[in-house]
Design a protein around this ligand. Structure first.
Ligand code: ZN
Length: 313
């Protein structure tokens, strides 16, 4: 049977009908009314109603960018949405009259990759989602690692630099400040401002203004072979590899997948990551190294994963 997966992001709500094989049979989207909790729930219900008009489904999974409690029902806190202790499962169930499960979006994405994406053959897997921020999900022994309060796998807030860059979480030196799209942009803008000759191609793409350089500019220029941009992407890869080695020291996963927008850089990002990982991993000469690869499901990972969780519950 099919289920519906709904991925609530800060700007848009993506919903799809997903079958047992992970195929998305139909999809729709809504703009996220981010400041109004009830309006978000209404928009989710509206998207579900639209999809159900054409498809038989047995349940709904909702992935949201926030801390979800251990019973997978309440959003404790969502940094970019208006939810504080929001009983999201109950509110959506009331509106759609189907069983609902709620999961953190990064966990849902990891689960999607594990069951239907790049982690299909894995038993222990880490997904790093490298977008504007750095998110993650962990599967150990075939189960999502959720923690006592549902707050495990917040890998972006591992501290990697004592007294380092200020992080949005209020602390300093978090991995997200070095292993993310926002870090890449910070370095690129700084280079464009301080060494315009070396950053000539980036400045050209950004219309001459260092402050207008974006992540896609850097990855596009790197793909063209622009030396400075290749080096910026490689720097990001090294930070990812070193942080992943710390995770692997604890978890010993067989597979590490890299998703998110920045993963489109492919080998330009992953080769430096693999090298830094091997260099930083404890006892790396005496063990099989995990497979480090791109995630496969792209933006659908959260939707597909949470739809599978709904089917499984
Ligand atoms: Zn942080």
């Amino acid at each position: 049977m099919s289920t519906i997966g709904v991925d609530i992001g800060g700007t848009k709500i993506a919903a799809g009908v997903v079958d047992e094989s992970g195929a998305v049979l139909a999809r729709t989207r809504r703009t996220t009314p981010a400041t109004d909790p009830e309006a978000i729930e209404d928009a989710v219900a509206d998207a579900v109603a639209e999809l159900r008009a054409e498809h038989d489904v047995t349940g709904v999974g909702v992935a949201a960018a926030g801390y979800i409690d251990a019973s997978r029902s309440t959003v404790v806190f969502a940094p970019n949405l208006a939810w504080r202790h929001e009983p999201l499962r109950e509110e959506v169930e009331k509106r759609v009259d189907l069983p609902v499960v709620v999961e953190n979006d990064a966990n849902a994405a990891a689960w999607g990759e594990f069951v239907h994406g790049g982690g299909r053959s894995a038993r222990d897997m880490v997904l790093l989602t490298v977008g504007t921020g750095l998110g993650g999900g962990i599967v150990l022994d075939g189960e999502l690692v959720r923690g006592t309060g549902g707050m495990a796998a917040e890998v972006g807030h591992l501290r990697v630099v004592p007294d380092g860059q200020q992080c949005g979480c209020g602390r300093t030196g978090c991995w997200e400040q070095y292993g993310s799209g926002q870090a890449l942009v910070r370095w690129a803008r700084s280079l464009a401002a301080t060494d315009p000759a070396r950053a000539a191609r980036l400045l050209e793409l950004a219309g001459g203004d260092p402050a207008e350089v974006t992540g896609p500019h850097v990855t596009a220029a790197a793909e063209e072979g622009d030396e400075a941009s290749v080096e910026l992407v490689a720097t990001l890869g090294r930070w990812l590899g070193e942080g992943a080695a710390s995770l692997a020291a604890v978890l010993d996963p067989g597979t590490i997948l890299v998703g998110g927008g920045v993963s489109s850089a492919g080998a330009l990002l992953l080769d430096p990551m693999r090298r830094a990982f091997a260099g930083a991993l404890t006892a790396s000469q005496h063990r099989d190294l995990p497979r480090i690869d791109r995630a496969e499901l792209g933006n659908d990972a959260g939707m597909v994963g949470v739809a599978h969780l709904a089917d499984r519950s």
